[in-house]
Design a protein around this ligand. Structure first.
Ligand code: HEC
Ligand code: HEC
Length: 245
């Protein structure tokens, strides 16, 4: 069977329906820009061969959407990925490839990433994860000035800290992602995706299921509060009580 993509998403259709379905943040004038800017997955993976190194793959393929330095592109819904640890990058790329992530018909950004991952070998996944991990992290944007952080801090300490740690850096033993190097719109979308079962709902995805369970109890308002608090955490806030420090 050719190693070509098993399915290719029409980027224009993808972006158009994405804007219709789930893009609360996008302004109408970015819609046209996104539709014309989104690269074709087929064209991108056309040049991919088994012998291409992780560094070359990053430059030729990944950078188109995630940027030279892993800074992501808001208009393409592609997140910051710079500095994600190797274990996490590998795990997520494998989840995309196996269909544990990016499987849901309404998860168009996830489907696009899945289409890319289908062309990658195990060895290439490990190499690219190392390339990404070596990039300096880009921190989550700080919350708007004047945001009251007290409740977010308290809720983070009670609901998230045991797995994502006091500093939001995640924990390999729990397979929990670092949070403080992700952009706000992506953080928000992932919490909504878990809550709606667009991510993490596959029966084999035991770690994703933890997030489905946790986010199922969150209101939109609470999600917003966590996004704000993760931004504060990225810029030095500490959720621990005095005696735990
Ligand atoms: C066509 C655009 C596109 C290309 C090319 C692309 N990505 Fe992505 N990537 C995305 C989008 C969109 C998402 C967000 C998916 C979601 O919302 O779940 C994403 C998500 C990811 C994630 C998950 C981040 C996290 O915190 O869980 C990783 C890791 C990733 N991409 C790595 C890569 C690598 C490595 C390459 C090159 C092989 C690549 N991407 C190429 C668009 C792209
Ligand atoms: C029981 C452990 C656990 C708790 C508690 C927990 N998480 Fe997670 N979280 C995880 C795991 C494991 C993952 C990776 C799941 C996967 O692979 O999809 C994750 C992933 C995430 C992601 C996606 C990151 C990315 O790069 O795509 C976000 C955002 C997140 N968690 C936020 C939170 C917030 C906010 C809380 C508190 C309300 C929380 N988590 C509580 C274990 C946990």
């Amino acid at each position: 069977m050719p190693r070509k993509l098993c399915f290719v998403i029409s980027p224009l259709v993808a972006v158009t329906s994405l804007l219709l379905h789930s893009c609360a943040e996008s302004e109408p004038d970015t819609a046209a820009a996104a539709a014309s800017a989104v690269p074709s997955v087929e064209a991108l993976t056309d040049s991919l061969t088994d012998s291409l190194s992780g560094t070359d793959i990053y430059r030729q393929i990944c950078a188109t959407c995630h940027g030279e330095n892993g800074e992501g592109k808001e208009e393409l819904f592609s997140p910051y990925i710079a500095g994600l640890p190797v274990w996490y990058g590998e795990e997520q790329l494998r989840k995309f490839r196996s269909g544990q992530r990016g499987f849901h018909p309404e998860d168009l950004p996830g489907q696009q990433m899945r289409a890319i991952s289908l062309s990658l070998t195990d060895e290439q996944i490990s190499e690219i994860a190392a390339v990404v991990a070596a990039m300096p992290m880009i921190l989550t944007e700080a919350p708007p000035a004047g945001t009251d952080l007290q409740r977010g801090r308290y809720q983070f300490a009670n609901t998230c800290m045991e797995c994502h740690r006091y500093n939001g850096m995640g924990e390999v033993a729990f397979h929990s992602a670092p949070l403080i190097s992700l952009n706000r719109s992506y953080l928000r979308r992932q919490l909504i995706n878990y809550r709606s079962g667009r991510r993490g709902a596959d029966p084999g995805d035991i770690y994703g299921q933890k997030m489905v369970e946790i986010s199922s109890r969150l209101s939109d308002e609470e999600i917003e509060r966590f996004v704000d608090y993760i931004g504060a955490l990225a810029h030095g806030d500490d959720p621990r009580s005095e005696r735990e420090r």
